[in-house]
Design a binder for this molecule. Structure first.
Ligand code: KIV
Ligand code: NA
Length: 263
């Protein structure tokens, strides 16, 4: 099997074939994801909460992201590797370029940034210079204090319209992928049909082109797991089995079901 490229993921969207993403942070998990055939891995700034013990992703630094991207890149030579730009490291397009360069040089194939229309210029700046961008809309955790907590986004017409418009503008600007986090399933489905880039849902129902879960949630390591996540270790009893079952259930459409979806 050849390494997964952004082109492959776009083709899978065209063909209506779901792909699998896992947020993970170290070499052995990255290697296991490769073995499972996971198409994309995300070195998420969620590592601030899942690995480092912070209450949010806000304290995460570039140095921490680079350390973990390097580890994941050493462990996995097949999946498409995405790296998050952490809080306030892409406040301007120039800052984004400087910091995205470091994430790419650490071994990522794509960077992810949180936000809507205000990032249009940044997406152009990066993609024009050869750095593909994954956008992230809905519950963007770096804005937790603006939202007043980790809350579902887009339940009212106004906010839903804003997210839909953001998605269209980022697509037009050249974003290559879009993560949709904690939005109603109907909204995620509408966005997925409206944009050319593949969408990756987390707490966004089964209408997206792909799903992403955090490895800690898949393995039952999270004290108070979010409604949309699922412990696949419980039903399989071992880590390779849990990853395979997650992948299998996404491909078949069994996950996410109603119980793990916001309507
Ligand atoms: O940081 C992260 O793990 C993420 C995913 C949950 C999408 O951004
Ligand atoms: Na993140």
């Amino acid at each position: 099997e050849k390494p997964v490229t952004i082109n492959r993921l776009h083709k899978m969207k065209m063909d209506g074939e779901k792909f699998i993403t896992v947020a993970l942070y170290d070499a052995p998990m990255a290697a296991m994801a490769q073995k499972t055939g996971v198409e994309a891995v995300l070195v998420g700034d969620s590592l601030g909460m899942t690995v480092l013990g912070y209450d949010s992703t806000i304290p995460v630094t570039m140095e921490q992201m680079i350390y973990h991207v390097e580890a994941v890149a050493r462990g996995n030579k097949k999946s498409l590797i995405m790296g998050d730009l952490p809080f306030m490291t892409y406040a301007t397009p120039e800052q984004a370029l400087t910091n995205a360069t470091r994430i790419m040089q650490a071994g990522a194939h794509m960077v992810k940034i949180e936000g809507g229309a205000w990032l249009v210029e940044t997406v152009k700046m990066l993609t024009d210079r050869g750095i593909p961008v994954c956008a992230h809309l809905g519950l963007t955790p770096q804005s937790v204090h603006k939202f007043g907590g980790f809350r579902v986004q887009g339940r009212d017409e106004a906010r839903a319209g804003e997210i839909l418009d953001d998605a269209a503008q980022l697509d037009e600007a050249g974003a290559g992928l879009l993560v949709l986090e904690c939005v109603p399933a109907g909204l995620a489905r509408r966005i997925t049909q409206a944009v050319s880039m593949p969408t990756i849902g987390i707490g966004a129902g089964d209408g997206t082109d792909a799903q992403v879960l955090v490895i800690n949630d898949i393995l039952g390591l999270t004290e108070q797991p979010p409604k949309f996540s699922k412990n696949f270790l419980q039903e399989t009893g071992n880590i390779p089995g849990a990853l395979s079952k997650y992948a299998e259930d996404v491909k078949s459409g069994a996950f996410p079901d109603e119980a793990h979806t916001f309507s």
